[in-house]
Design a binder for this molecule. Structure first.
Ligand code: GRF
Length: 200
């Protein structure tokens, strides 16, 4: 399965994909794409000899025009948003219907939506006094964090004293969940049955 990974920052989920032994025979990362001109995730991609593409400019504008031909040219089967902060244009969502997924650092449908990204998510979870958090992988639709849920994993946070502790627990889970989901996609084990996403 050919994938393109979209990133905006650190790239630890990208690294989890690239270092997963289980994915080596199943998944090929054909491109790492960012809205930033450069970011730490690009360095990770370069260390693994994966081509990187920036679709942003210094002013923060994004040029999606050349992106679609590139994705088609690379025969991308699945787009993986791993810390990509910009909204995906409708045209791309329509073209890759149910073939764009995102990882979110909380248990959707709670703690998602515009503005709830990065440390904001974990602060909101901490301030709510929630006793569990976790990670969600979901399909991407027209709005932030609202697409159907593919897989989730939770973690006990009943004893944490800060949102930073939640960050640490959740990121570990993300690094397990995303490779797991990609394996399931590669094996054809993610299906939509009566509008419900079923992973077997
Ligand atoms: C992760 O917490 C992911 O859930 C969210 O953005 C963060 C990206 O981290 N969407 P990294 O760049 O993969 O380290």
């Amino acid at each position: 399965m050919n994938i393109a990974v979209f990133v905006s920052g650190r790239g630890s989920n990208l690294k989890a994909i690239l270092t997963s032994e289980e994915l080596k025979q199943l998944v090929e990362v054909k491109a790492v794409i960012s809205d930033k001109i450069s970011c730490p995730a690009f360095q990770i991609a370069e260390n693994f000899s994966i081509p990187t593409y920036s679709i942003g400019d210094k002013a923060g504008r994004i040029n999606y025009e050349e992106l679609i031909p590139l994705l088609l040219d690379l025969k991308i089967d699945l787009i993986v948003l791993a810390g990509f902060l910009k909204l995906i244009p409708h045209e791309l969502i329509d073209l890759f219907r149910n073939r764009i997924i995102n990882i979110h650092p909380a248990l959707l449908p709670s703690f998602g939506g515009k503005g709830l990204y990065g440390s904001n998510v974990h602060k909101a979870v901490f301030e709510s006094s929630a006793k569990v958090s976790g990670a969600t992988v979901h399909f991407v639709d027209y709005t932030y964090d609202t697409g159907n849920i593919i897989a989730q994993k939770c973690v006990d946070i009943s004893d944490v004293n800060s949102s930073e502790e939640i960050v640490e627990r959740v990121i570990k889970i993300e690094h397990e969940l995303l490779p797991y989901v990609l394996k399931k996609f590669a094996l054809g084990k993610v299906n939509i049955v009566d509008k419900r996403v079923v992973v077997h």
